[in-house]
Design a protein around this ligand. Structure first.
Ligand SMILES: [Zn+2]
Length: 181
């Protein structure tokens, strides 16, 4: 009785395994498939005719493939962007040791805070004559310094974590310009 029950459940299990295997095979990243683009998340990535590379029909980026490891690597970028296909979506692969140390955080803060506070102190110690033509300039200059330095840091963070925001914006622009023409 127990044996019969066991063999029944193992049969069900193997059937589930088969289904699972079939599903995985079906959803594997292979050369004739069509996949969402991991860069613009808008276009479709397919194999280029007579080539071993893949390309996106929206952002037109070119990728090399590794079907054994289920990897897609962008080749027309300075950044080594790689994604892993998990059967449903692309997962971004971060470079090894991509942990940001405290030194970097302190440097980034100093880079933003020090120039701003130098200019801010100057404005505080030597306030412009009120009513003069350029009295708005020192304060605006301090704010601009803060924004410029902060945007440098944000840029670095985006580059570091391989967030393809600029590629996305560029692709959108290209799309809009093709609509215009
Ligand atoms: Zn794309």
């Amino acid at each position: 009785m127990a044996n019969a029950h066991n063999s029944h459940s193992s049969l069900t299990n193997s059937r589930i395994d088969l289904l699972q295997q079939e599903w995985t095979e079906h959803n594997r990243f292979h050369d004739h498939g069509e996949y969402p683009c991991p860069v613009c998340r808008h276009g479709k990535v397919t194999e280029m005719p007579l080539m071993e590379t893949f390309s996106c029909n929206f952002c037109q980026h070119i990728f090399t493939t590794n079907f054994d490891k289920q990897l897609l690597k962008m080749v027309d970028s300075q950044l080594p962007l790689t994604w892993y296909w998990n059967g449903k979506i692309w997962k971004g692969i971060h470079r090894e040791g991509a942990e940001v140390g405290w030194t970097y955080v302190v440097c980034a803060l100093a880079f933003v805070v020090i120039p701003t506070s130098v200019i801010g102190t100057g404005v505080y110690l030597f306030p412009p004559m009120s009513g003069s033509l350029l009295s708005w300039l020192p304060l605006t200059w301090a704010i601009l310094t803060f924004c410029a330095h902060l945007s440098c840091i944000i840029w670095l963070i985006i580059e570091y974590y391989q967030f393809p925001i600029f590629l996305y914006v560029r692709a959108l622009k290209r799309k809009l310009s093709t609509i215009d023409h």
